[in-house]
Design a protein around this ligand. Structure first.
Ligand code: BJW
Length: 234
């Protein structure tokens, strides 16, 4: 196999499942408990802001009780010890990669611990609840929304992500169902640029057949084993 110098890793809800964070599409997952259109679209927010703010307040509170698991810490170890570049692109809005020690993380779907003011459009670090309509720390207007990319909105950092996909030799997808675009199309972008592609997931995803290799099992076991492989002297 040719030498690997640049790795792009895409993560999804499955990597945080063993930390006790609900995934979206599993039986009993978030989309069985809430209608997507109600809580994850700009239209849902416009018609019932209380419901949406409460949904994200509940998830921010759950995040405060969660800890990074061995998959998060293994990826941070890879980032620090691999003799090449590692870029972590996450669809997750939790901060478990950072708390696990990772430094280069792009949150393409936003972050629970960030607030976006719809008046001044400035983002602020945010830990508290929003349902009581606290003022924006910058302009003082009571117009904060969760800094989350909802359906129909443009994900963040797409220019950097596509540039990294074009330049990478290895693309790894971890714990994502491959049901949501544009992230679900990254494997094809990476392959078109000549990268090898690997999927680590609990079960076959919607895009499994697009990968050169698919390993099935829990991220907390598969990811540390794969990182060990990548760091082994060749
Ligand atoms: C484990 C495990 C364990 C469990 N170990 N694994 C075609 C092209 C382009 C766009 C579209 C298109 N068709 C439709 C669209 C529009 C739409 C879309 O994709 N809709 C689909 C329903 C088809 N996309 C958008 O609107 C996006 N914006 C956009 O496209 O802008 C225009 C654009 C065009 C072209 C280029 C660029 C831009 C925005 C999408 C926003 C998604 N937002 C959400 C909610 C907000 C965040 C939040 O509240 O947290 O993001 S939806 C939800 O799904 C969340 C997630 O980030 C995302 C992905 O879910 P994920 O992570 O895959 O979770 P699950 O639950 O689905 O899967 C978990 C997996 O883990 C499973 O496979 C399990 O087996 C596995 N697992 N335990 C390992 N222990």
């Amino acid at each position: 196999m040719a030498e690997i110098k640049r790795i792009v890793i895409l993560t999804g809800a499955g990597i945080s499942a063993e930390s006790g964070i609900d995934t979206f599409r599993a039986a009993g997952g978030l989309w069985e408990q809430h209608r997507i259109e109600d809580v994850a679209t700009p239209e849902g927010f416009a018609s019932n802001p209380d419901l949406v703010l409460g949904f994200y307040d509940m998830r921010r509170a759950a995040l405060a009780r969660a800890e990074p698991n061995p998959a998060h810490t293994a990826l941070a170890r890879l980032e620090h010890e691999f003799r090449g570049e590692v870029l972590l692109v996450t669809q997750n809005v939790d901060d478990l990669h950072e708390r696990g020690g990772a430094a280069r993380v792009l949150h393409m779907h936003g972050e629970l611990k960030s607030a976006l003011c719809t008046s001044c459009e400035i983002r602020s670090r945010w830990d508290a609840a929003m349902q009581q309509r606290p003022p924006c720390p910058v302009c003082r207007a009571p117009t904060l929304r969760p800094d989350i990319v909802w359906f129909g909105e443009m994900p963040y950092q797409m220019g950097r992500i596509y540039a990294a996909l074009e330049a990478c030799d290895l693309f790894v997808s971890i714990g994502t169902s491959g049901a949501v675009y544009p992230a679900a199309g990254f494997v094809q972008e990476a392959r078109a640029s000549g990268a090898r592609t690997l999927e680590l997931n609990l079960e076959p995803s919607e895009g499994s057949r697009l990968f050169h290799e698919s390993r099935l099992g829990p991220a907390g076991t598969l990811v540390p084993a794969w990182v060990e492989e990548m760091l082994r002297p060749r």
